[in-house]
Design a protein around this ligand. Structure first.
Ligand code: ZN
Length: 162
């Protein structure tokens, strides 16, 4: 498992629903957590490690959370916050998103979870859930802003050294 960077088409694919909550899924989740820690990330989605499944990991200081099939059910408010993405090393962008959300998801064991959240957690969850639909944070800024960071994006798009 390795981190997939910007320009890899995998990041643009829509991920499939998780139906089997088995050992494989648990292994995937723990490997994802490992990669997230190693890269000091606050969140990571399965497509970012080359897996087309609706699975995300979030770590904002408390215990890490892994969610399967997460979905934003309700959203309200507007907030601008700076975001980064492990698939875009060194790029930080101020992005406007709803400040408060209601999320429905499943645990790694398949139990349903529903909760409301705001602040940083709401932010990270929206960013990661976007990934599951092939949406990247650069899609959430305006055309002019994207034009301004075009050099940086070009640099990031250079073939990955392995
Ligand atoms: Zn990201």
């Amino acid at each position: 498992m390795e981190l997939i960077l910007y320009q890899n088409k995998i990041l643009r694919e829509k991920c499939g629903e998780i139906k089997e909550f088995d050992r494989d899924l648990e292994n995937t989740a723990s490997e994802m957590l490992g990669i997230m820690y190693k890269n000091n990330g606050v969140g990571l989605s399965a497509p970012q490690v080359g897996i087309g499944k609706r699975l995300i990991a979030v770590n904002i200081g408390q215990a890490p959370v892994v969610l399967a099939n997460p979905k934003v059910m309700e959203k309200s408010g507007k907030e601008i916050m700076e975001e980064g993405c492990l698939s875009f090393p060194g790029l930080f962008l101020k992005i406007e998103r709803p400040g408060r959300i209601k999320v429905k998801a499943q645990s790694i064991k398949g139990e349903s979870i529903e909760f409301e959240t705001k602040g940083l957690l709401a932010r990270v969850l929206q960013h990661e859930i976007d990934h599951l639909d092939g949406i990247l944070f650069i899609d959430r800024i305006g055309f002019f802003k994207r034009w301004k960071i075009r050099k940086k994006l070009k640099e990031l798009a250079k073939p990955q050294k392995t």
